[in-house]
Each structure stands twice: as structure tokens, then as C-alpha cells.
Design a protein around this ligand. Sequence first.
Ligand code: MN3
Length: 215
Amino acid sequence: MTRRDVIRGAAALAAAKALAQPAPPFTLPALPYAASALEPYIDTQTMEIHHDKHHKAYVDNLNKALAAHPEFASRKLDQLLRDLPNVPESIRVAVRNNGGGHWNHSLFWQTLGKPKEGPSGKLAAVVERSFGSREAFEGKLQAAGLTVFGSGWVWVMPQGGGLAIETSPNQDTPIMSGREPLFGIDVWEHAYYLSAALHVLNWDFLSQRYSEMAG
Ligand code: MN3
């Protein structure tokens, strides 16, 4: 990792934190790269629809649900998701689906980027320790993706000094149970999308993020 990579990783990390958790009204974060940046693995039109339409709809619908509830005006997104049982029943499903969608996609855009060599530093070590190799890790992620019916997410969770893989349906997120994922991949109804995402993971960002999370 060069010094420039470190700086870029830190900037992306700060951006992810800032984007994932401001209080309402929530805003759609810009993609941290051009919509065409992930070609040929994820095409421009797919990125535009996914970000400009799908993610925007989560943000708009979340704001709509919260508009009539000024008591949540200073509540950050992760706090809302951690405390869903105390969100009024009339908007709970909307906050769960759209708040989850907003949180998950905000991290997801940061997780992707220009093809990079692979994990480094502590992340490289923990991938080796938990899965044996990066190839085995990616194989486990793909196998997990195949178990998701309809839309959902495959998550990589720091756990007991290692990494664990889990899945969630729809826009549910580990944040709802107070746990912060290292990253998640949007299965988006087709496991091939997960395979494509594996080609364009931003390993600099993930290595930096893991170092911060592992302390
Ligand atoms: Mn999606």
C-alpha cells in the first residue's frame, strides 16, 4: 500500500461514516466513482438504476415515513435501526426496509471500486486465518449468496478475532442487532451480481476499515 492509497482509503472511510449515519432528512450519497468505473463487471446502466433509482427510493421513502415524526429529527440512521421496536408501528416496516436499504447501500458503494490486488495488512491475515485463502473466502461468499432467495445481502462480520459470513433477507442489516459488518454484498435477486461484485471489491477500503474495526 502506498501513502496515497492509505490517504484514499482513509478518505473513503470517513465518507462512509459520514454518509451512513446523518440524522434526517437523509440524503442520497453520490457514488464515490463514475457509474462506468466498474465496467465490464457491472455495467453503467445497472449502476445508474441501482444508485439513482433504487437507493434514491429508499432515501425518499425513509424521509416520507419520518416526516410526521419530529421526535426522530435528531436520530441517526444506525440508532433508528438499532431501536426498531421503539419506532411507531405505523412506520416500523417502512423504516426497516428503507432505512436498512439506505444504510446497506451507503456502505456498499464504498465497498466497490477499481479492481485492486487483494486484502492487505490485518485483513489479509484474518482472511487467511478464517478461510485459508482469499479464493476460499470468495467461494464461501458465493455459496452464501446462493442460499439467499429473492433479494438480500451476504455479510462479512468481524467475530471473535476472525471473520464470519452470514446472510439477511430483503434490506435487513446486522445494524438492527447492534452489530457492525465489515461489508455486505447486495445479492439483488441474482447470485451473478455477487460474483460480479467480487471482481471489483475495493480492498484498500476494506483493509483500512478492518484495521480500524479490529483496533
Ligand atoms: Mn440493491
